[in-house]
Design a protein around this ligand. Structure first.
Ligand code: ATP
Length: 241
């Protein structure tokens, strides 16, 4: 069966004054894939993800998501994606439950919203703490709430920047499982991470970006084979270092 293209990025450029944060990036992501973006600090990962999420103007080139151009069909794109920012805040004076229900009500009414929020709570797994105010959460707990928010809508595309940043080992493993499972429910995932074990575990394919350019692309096995490397961290060091 031929795979459907979920994302097409062509010759993407983003400049901030003199800085070329993204410098002619092209890649495509197939429907149902978990696609990893890795690269050193300042490589352009967040900038790319923010353009995909319609939050940042594209300087030149194009991004197409399930047939919709992010610049021309912004509303259509926003309806089918969800974005987990690298740094994000939740409304701190609400409880976790109230926060998820509040967000869910933008998309559905009554029981529909409660059902969506319940899925978010399933992902966040905060136990009794879901009824505590968000301001009392640890960094990792707040992160889990936001991952719940990003996945509870069953988006066609989830764009997850630094997915498990700040999470303990057990929480990170559980969130990775949720992300992998979300593909079975029809979600395509783009994830960035500095955790090379993580990308090796969950990504079908990995793009390595450096100075705004694509420098490697392949499945974890292909990349390791290409560099005779024991793991993706080794590949990273050989390509970037
Ligand atoms: P990290 O791993 O550190 O999160 P990254 O790969 O996500 O890095 P970006 O945040 O996309 O990198 O940054 C790419 C480049 O663009 C950097 O040189 C950064 O300083 C620059 N940059 C990003 N946002 C802006 C902005 N709003 N104004 C000016 N420069 C910016």
């Amino acid at each position: 069966m031929e795979s459907v293209s979920a994302v097409e990025v062509i010759d993407l450029v983003k400049t901030f004054g003199e800085v070329r944060a993204v410098d002619g990036l092209s890649f495509s992501v197939s429907e149902g894939e978990v696609f990893g973006l890795i690269g050193p600090n300042g490589a352009g990962k967040t900038t790319t993800m923010r353009m995909m999420s319609t939050l940042l103007q594209v300087t030149s080139g194009s991004i197409n998501i399930f047939g919709h151009d992010v610049m021309k069909e912004t509303d259509e794109v926003r309806r089918i994606i969800s974005y987990l920012p690298e740094e994000a805040g939740a409304y701190k004076n609400l409880t976790g439950r109230q926060y998820l229900e509040f967000i869910a009500r933008f998309f559905a009414k009554g029981e529909g919203a409660i059902e969506i929020a319940a899925r978010g709570m399933d992902v966040a797994r905060l136990g009794d703490r879901i009824d505590d105010r968000v301001e009392t959460y640890s960094k990792g707990m707040a992160r889990r709430l936001l991952v719940g928010r990003a996945l509870m809508f069953r988006p066609r595309l989830a764009i997850l920047d630094e997915l498990t940043s700040g999470l303990d080992v057990i929480s990170a493993q559980q969130i990775r499982r949720v992300v992998r499972d979300s593909t079975k429910a029809g979600t395509t995932v783009i994830v960035s991470s500095h955790n090379m074990l993580e990308v090796e575990l969950i990504c079908d394919r990995i793009a390595l970006v450096n100075a705004g350019k694509l420098v490697e692309l392949g499945t974890p096995s292909e990349l390791k084979y290409r560099y005779g490397a024991a793991n993706i961290e080794d590949v990273f060091v050989r390509v970037v270092g």
